[in-house]
Write a protein that binds this ligand. Structure first.
Ligand SMILES: Nc1nc2c(ncn2[C@@H]2O[C@H](COP(=O)(O)OP(=O)(O)O)[C@@H](O)[C@H]2O)c(=O)[nH]1
Ligand SMILES: [Mg+2]
Length: 432
């Protein structure tokens, strides 16, 4: 419900920290004046005694951002308080008495979008920035916050509008030769945009993998040391290690930071034929996991005779147990999880492969969310359909172009659909 005034704690203070409380909405100025006695000059920090109805609250820094030059585009007041509970609670109850209500998740960003201060991809970048667990994720979020995706999609949208204008001209001048020339031009343009979006979509899910974590599956025969490897990578005993083959029966997945990248590493059941129903299901899940992973590491026991694993296309083959006398690797990397020899080299090799999969994303902006992919797929479908419109039928072409425009506009929030905003901002933090 935009229009009313909201507040939120925009920091996570301990007793030693600073509590930042933001207020946004038409009553923000009145609230600030009531608490601090007067409004400070716009965008300049001022130290003020805060009190409400004679009750002292704090000596605090206050800031005043009159609309529209504020984060939300509304009047915004900011209080930098001492981070104790009583201070905070006194301010909150004073605000509540002034009918300023606590904000829900993402409400500040949502208002910023509604007032045209942020596009949706930038708002999503704020959520990603807050959630970022690795430097690579942080870089991607900052790039998106700088508008890399917004510029790209906004550019295609502008091109589509240009093509649509030419199609409209073709409809208006359909009686003379000009119409056909305009229609041709519009088709050319649509074909160009289609090619560009197709190339953008065909990115091996790099941006999404970086944002959500790249998926690495460890597969191999029983007793090769797969569970020992995930424990070594995690530096803790997450999976049970034993010399009984068939110990691991389900997929165990952990989110780890490998060389600066967020990786979801999966330990899986050993690949073998077995009469055990549960283990057989484990093997099925292991194969399925490998198939849907971004990287597959095949771990083998270097002291065991070679067997083939159909259905597995590993990115990396590693031979374990190099500490044992009958160790006989056949190519690939050598490792001993018992002594730790080769582990650092393996981590470096994994990080390099992850970087190769993801880092191309530092050049051209990449898709970061399934929501964007879905909208672009719809754009592409509409464009393909448009290009099938027969000569002399620019109306059909224009109709499809309008659908394409709507789909791409949804990514940046250039359509006012409440539901869309609801679904995007549901996962935000309160105070952002
Ligand atoms: N000698 C030796 N034994 C190992 C090594 N790595 C794992 N093991 C042992 O091999 C057995 C199977 O290990 P585990 O991690 O459970 O293998 P998984 O079945 O592939 O998950 C355990 O007894 C481990 O202690 C190694 O590098 N050298
Ligand atoms: Mg295991």
């Amino acid at each position: 419900m935009a229009g009313d005034t909201i507040f939120a704690l925009a920091s996570a203070p301990g007793r030693a920290g600073v509590a930042v409380v933001r207020v946004s909405g038409p009553a923000a100025g009145a609230a600030l004046r009531a608490l601090a006695g007067m409004l400070p000059p716009p965008r300049r920090a001022a130290l003020r005694e805060l009190a409400y109805r004679g009750g002292p609250i704090d000596r605090a820094l206050v800031l005043w951002f009159p609309a529209p030059a504020s984060f939300t585009g509304e009047d915004v007041a900011e209080f930098h308080l001492h981070g104790g509970r009583a201070v905070r609670d006194s301010l909150f109850s004073a605000l509540a008495e002034m009918r300023v209500r606590a904000a829900g998740p993402g409400e500040f960003s949502r208002r910023a979008v509604e007032h045209g201060r942020l596009d949706l991809t930038r708002a999503e970048a704020i959520a990603d920035l807050v959630e970022a667990e690795t430097p690579a994720q942080l870089r991607q979020a900052l790039r998106q916050y700088d508008g890399a995706l917004a510029d790209l999609y906004e550019g295609w949208r502008a091109d589509l509008i240009g093509a649509l204008a030419r199609a409209e001209a073709a409809i208006d001048f359909s009686d003379d030769g000009v119409g056909e020339i305009e229609f041709q031009g519009a088709r050319e343009k649509a074909r160009e945009i289609l090619r560009a979006i197709d190339a953008h979509l065909d990115d091996g899910r790099r941006g999404e993998a970086l944002r959500e974590g790249i998926r690495l599956a460890i597969v191999g025969p029983p007793n090769a040391g797969k569970s020992s490897l995930i424990n070594a990578l995690a530096q803790r005993d997450a999976a049970i290690v034993s010399d009984i083959p068939g110990t691991t029966r389900d997929v165990i997945a952990l989110r780890l930071n490998l060389g600066g990248y967020l990786v979801e590493v999966a330990d899986t059941a050993g690949l073998r034929e077995t009469g055990d129903v549960i283990e057989t299901e484990g093997v099925r899940r292991a194969l399925a996991r490998a198939a849907e992973s971004d990287l597959v590491l095949l771990l083998r026991d270097g002291t065991h005779p070679y067997t083939d694993y159909p259905g597995i296309a590993p990115d990396l083959v590693v031979w374990n147990k190099s500490d044992l006398p009958d160790f006989q690797p056949r190519g690939g990397m050598a490792l001993s999880l018992k002594t730790g020899e080769g582990l650092a080299g393996l981590v470096a090799a994994l990080a390099a492969r992850i970087a190769a999969k993801l880092e191309a994303s530092t050049q051209a902006p990449v898709l970061t969310r399934p929501r964007h992919r879905q909208a672009l797929n719809e754009t592409v479908a509409a464009l393909r359909h448009a290009l099938h419109a027969p000569a002399g039928q620019p109306e059909l072409f224009a109709e499809d172009l309008r659908l394409a425009l709507r789909a791409i506009g949804r990514i940046i929030g250039r359509v006012d659909v409440e539901e869309l905003l609801d679904s995007v901002f549901r996962d935000f933090c309160i105070g952002k």
